[in-house]
Ligand binder design. Structure first.
Ligand SMILES: NC(=O)c1ccc[n+]([C@@H]2O[C@H](COP(=O)([O-])OP(=O)(O)OC[C@H]3O[C@@H](n4cnc5c(N)ncnc54)[C@H](OP(=O)(O)O)[C@@H]3O)[C@@H](O)[C@H]2O)c1
Length: 313
């Protein structure tokens, strides 16, 4: 008798993890999730949740027993008094070694476009270190490198729309000509699950069909929403301090200096064929009535581990 494959996903009550877990459940896998938000509200049902407790590597390993593929989405977006990149790097290494100890065949790991050692940006450096660490474990691996992920639970595109709806001007840092290639979250999930099923290791550029300059993307989203906000070029410093000011008012971190720098260095762009087919603007048009109606707060998600990840429904 054929047994159900058992797979594990980190953060299945979060964003990309939820779509990956949904796709795995739909194809008949038994799915466990490792999460620090075991009681977070989610529309996803039918999976078992274990704590993502990095202080208990043996416990992590036990929760991964019998797992064929581990899908890892765990990471922290920026340094903050509550969390930091260095912890995320250390913790992810603990997770990889627990997976190896448990006999996991493969890790599908979500990284970022252009991870780079010594680039001066901790996000991209940490991701480079983790890609190397995963390869060194000797497990099979697929490393997916998305630039920006969009979907119903997204923060970046939703909050751009939120500001476009409310402000007369939207300032892009510098000339706005640096590029990005957004991928839809479910396209990323399909890619992840397909790579999980393969017995080959490799690195995949997880990008969508469109390449925009940042300025073009903002202008196109404004057009789709039918708002009159003017997109203007401002110095990176002014862009940072403006978002910092709004962030303080909203109790959130909207954009960090490092994120502005990564964008402006063109780190969210690669020369590669698309691996997702959903166009950001097509999706934004379909969701134009709801996109950006509510602000999506990164810090609220971190502080409140019960609240569902939804920017709009
Ligand atoms: N979102 C994007 O636009 C984007 C773009 C490029 C690359 N990526 C990469 O895609 C992966 C998944 O991103 P996502 O947006 O889908 O993330 P997410 O669902 O918000 O979080 C993924 C996992 O990381 C944990 N996590 C997130 N922030 C944390 C923090 N500050 N402290 C402790 N744990 C934290 C979550 O914890 P819980 O288990 O408690 O929920 C969850 O397990 C990440 O590796 C990210 O670097 C994302």
């Amino acid at each position: 008798m054929k047994t159900r494959p058992r797979d594990a996903v980190t953060g299945a009550f979060g964003y990309s993890g939820k779509y990956i877990a949904s796709r795995l459940l739909a194809r008949g896998s038994e799915v466990v999730t490792l999460t620090n938000s075991v009681s977070r509200k989610s529309e996803l049902t039918g999976l078992k949740a274990y704590p993502l407790n990095f202080d208990d590597p043996d416990g992590l390993s036990r929760s991964l027993e019998g797992v064929d593929v581990l899908y890892n989405t765990y990471w922290v977006r920026f340094n903050h008094k509550l969390f930091c990149h260095a912890d995320a790097v250390r913790n992810t290494k603990v997770l990889f070694s627990a997976a190896r100890q448990a006999g996991v065949r493969k890790v599908v790991h979500v990284s970022i476009t252009n991870p780079a050692h010594g680039c001066g940006l901790e996000y991209f450096e940490g991701k480079a270190e983790l890609e190397d660490a995963l390869i060194e474990t000797g497990m099979e691996y697929s490393i997916l490198r998305p630039a920006v992920i969009f979907g119903r639970e997204d923060i970046l595109i939703n909050n751009i729309a939120w500001f476009l709806r409310r402000l007369p001007y939207f300032g892009v840092p510098g000339n706005g000509r640096y590029r990005l290639q957004p991928i839809h979250v479910d396209d990323l999930a399909v890619l992840a699950v397909n790579h999980g099923a393969s017995f080959e290791s490799g690195i995949v550029q997880a990008i969508g069909p469109d390449t925009f300059t940042f300025k073009e993307m903002i202008e196109q989203i404004a057009k789709v929403l039918g708002v009159r906000c003017r997109v203007i070029e401002v110095s990176p410093g002014l862009a940072y301090w403006t978002t910092r000011f709004f962030g303080m008012a909203l109790g959130d971190v909207i954009l960090t200096r490092e994120e502005i720098s990564g964008l402006m260095k063109d780190y969210l762009h690669v020369e590669a064929p698309p691996s997702g087919m959903t166009s950001l603007l097509g999706w934004a048009s379909e969701n134009a009535d709801v996109l950006g109606r509510h602000y999506a707060s990164e810090l609220r998600r971190r502080r409140n581990r019960e609240v569902e990840y939804v920017s709009f429904s």
